[in-house]
Design a protein around this ligand. Structure first.
Ligand code: SF4
Length: 316
């Protein structure tokens, strides 16, 4: 069967879109521009989100001591050895909040990366409360020259959850930032974590409807992972009964059902996290992402599920 996104895959996979647009595989190269985040520098809080282990995700070539151009060139060299198929690259502003600076400083950084050979665009990860009209205008200008995607850490659609994990912004902040992008035609993605404390499986499932109505282009889903030394890691050690972490099989069934309720137009960037959890519920979670993805797609086959099978637009 060919699905509405014109492939035989049962979900609307991002890889198909990028390949179609650029005619080749694109590789994201993470860079660290030395940003911090208002939830760490004291503007909003110093503790950060309770799950945050942002340092854990930086590849070895990423260091704010090096220029962005140097990081990109080293990153491209690193990836060229591993993924020979990639000929074009996206600079990935991944660490911390990458719009958290005066707009003129952002302009300088963003233009620098677009001058690097074979870099055809960038993906900018940030918090929704670090985004305003001026930044949206800059990204709108850049979108006319290159591929630009902003990724907002939404994490949850429930303010009670956001407050529990000390996120220090609301779901309404996410909606506002996403709308600022949508109004200007800037590509915009969201990130959601499943399994945050206080959220039942039903609450998570219900969020499919809310996410589906946002003017997002792409979405990434992760199961909650606990990282050593984080506030949440300590909370787990004190009282594990407050957590309801996903086992691999649970997660596969959950995400399969979730996808069936999700707007089929939403492009899926990721369906699970890969980094190895510190508190490993079971060895199986150490599988590489492509193996987890294969299990999810197998489950979709078994249940004859596809993205949006049961999705109904509000009002229809
Ligand atoms: S907003 Fe991001 S960088 Fe800041 S504390 Fe939360 S997870 Fe960490």
């Amino acid at each position: 069967m060919i699905y509405p996104w014109n492939t035989t895959r049962r979900f609307n996979a991002a890889s198909n879109h990028l390949k179609k647009e650029f005619g080749t595989r694109l590789q994201k190269v993470a860079i660290d521009a030395g940003f911090t985040c208002p939830n760490r520098d004291g503007s909003k809080s110093t503790g950060g989100c309770t799950f945050c282990g942002n340092d854990a995700f930086n590849p070895s070539y990423c260091s704010p001591q090096k220029s962005l151009t140097q990081q990109l060139n080293e990153g491209i060299e690193f990836h060229a050895k591993r993924y020979r198929k990639a000929k074009k690259y996206l600079a990935y502003f991944q660490a911390y909040s990458n719009t958290y600076a005066p707009v003129e400083k952002l302009r300088e950084l963003y233009y620098e990366v677009l001058k690097v050979d074979n870099v055809v665009g960038m993906v900018i990860g940030t918090r929704p409360d670090c985004f305003d009209d001026n930044i949206a205008e800059l990204l709108c200008e850049l979108s006319k020259k290159a591929y630009i995607m902003v990724e907002f850490g939404i994490e949850s659609v429930y303010n009670s959850t956001l407050s529990k994990v000390n996120r220090c912004h609301s779901f309404e902040d996410s909606v506002k930032a996403i709308n600022l992008c949508a109004q200007r035609g800037i590509l915009c993605g969201g990130h959601i974590i499943f399994g945050l404390p206080g959220e039942t499986r039903q609450m998570m499932m219900d969020s499919a409807k809310i996410i589906s109505e946002l003017p997002l282009n792409t979405i990434k889903f992760h199961q909650l992972q606990l990282i050593r030394g984080t506030t949440m890691g300590d909370e787990f050690l004190t009282d594990p009964s407050k957590f309801s972490l996903f086992h691999l099989e649970d997660y596969i069934c959950f995400i399969t059902e979730y996808l069936s309720c999700l707007n089929p137009n939403l492009i899926i960037e990721r369906l699970a996290a890969e980094t190895q959890p510190w508190i490993n519920l079971e060895e199986k979670w150490s599988l590489r992402y492509d193996r987890v993805l294969a299990l999810i797609e197998h489950q979709m086959d078994v249940e004859d599920i596809w993205q949006g099978k049961y999705y109904k637009r509000t009002g229809s």
